[in-house]
Design a binder for this molecule. Structure first.
Ligand SMILES: NC(=O)c1ccc[n+]([C@@H]2O[C@H](COP(=O)([O-])OP(=O)(O)OC[C@H]3O[C@@H](n4cnc5c(N)ncnc54)[C@H](O)[C@@H]3O)[C@@H](O)[C@H]2O)c1
Length: 218
């Protein structure tokens, strides 16, 4: 019997844009990422726990402290075409195939990573993800966080793939960086790596490279 490839179908659906995307956390990074994927013809649902932020977006305002060149036009266009929708309701994540986590990951008053937002986001996704889904963490995290925090959240959902693709944007150049700067994707399965490359190639115009090897255990 041949090898079962649970993510092969998702890769094809990313390629033809029929895969549905969810972005968790609609701050600087999440909103920009959601708008870029919507502009790349995906249907995107953006979730944020901040009801005021969602209300502002629904009213056509960007809930960000400083402006980002091109972002408002992209968000407005996404809302107008129906490609980009926003919500505070966890249940609206049902039906998504790809979950992108862009929640804030601060440090606490003793300068230790505070992963509570990340844990909460992963727990929310784990309740709604179907087998064969992909979860990509874009938030900045300390070494060992994927193994120690993210993977355990999906321990009961073994058919969900996880990947880390840290965001590299700079404020004031979010869209330009998102579309033009090379990304690093961390996975522990080549098939999932190929899926991530397919996904990010829909918004990113940068050369592809591949390097294999496991990072050392922390
Ligand atoms: N802003 C940048 O320029 C930049 C650059 C590189 C990397 N990053 C990293 O990207 C991540 C996001 O940064 P940001 O600047 O967009 O943060 P942000 O504070 O602007 O936005 C984070 C959003 O996530 C939401 N959120 C938090 N927990 C949630 C949950 N459990 N469910 C739903 N929504 C939740 C918050 O309400 C907020 O709207 C961080 O890890 C940051 O370090 C940011």
């Amino acid at each position: 019997m041949g090898r079962v490839e649970p993510f092969g179908d998702l890769r094809a659906r990313v390629s033809d844009r029929s895969a549905r995307l969810a972005v968790i956390g609609l701050g600087y990074v999440g909103l920009s990422v959601a708008a870029c994927f919507a502009a790349a013809r995906f249907r995107v649902i953006g979730l944020d726990r901040d009801a005021g932020r969602i209300a502002a977006l629904r009213a056509g305002r960007l809930p960000l402290a400083h402006s980002e060149p091109g972002l408002e036009d992209l968000v407005v266009a996404g809302a107008r075409t129906g490609a980009l929708d926003v919500t505070t309701e966890h249940g609206d994540l049902s039906g998504a195939d790809v979950f992108i986590v862009a929640v804030d990951t601060p440090i606490d008053d003793r300068k230790r990573p505070d992963t509570s937002n990340l844990r909460a986001a992963c727990d929310t996704i784990a309740r709604h993800a179907r087998p064969g889904s992909l979860v990509v963490v874009e938030s900045t995290v300390a070494p060992g966080t994927m193994r120690g925090v993210v993977a355990p959240a999906f321990a009961r959902a073994p058919a969900v793939a996880i990947a880390h693709c840290p965001e590299r944007v700079r404020p004031g150049r979010l869209l330009a960086n998102l579309r033009g700067m090379e990304r690093l994707v961390g996975v522990d399965d080549a098939e999932v790596g190929a899926l991530c490359v397919e996904l990010y190639s829909t918004i990113l115009h940068a050369p592809r490279r591949s390097r294999r090897g496991r990072p050392p255990r922390p």
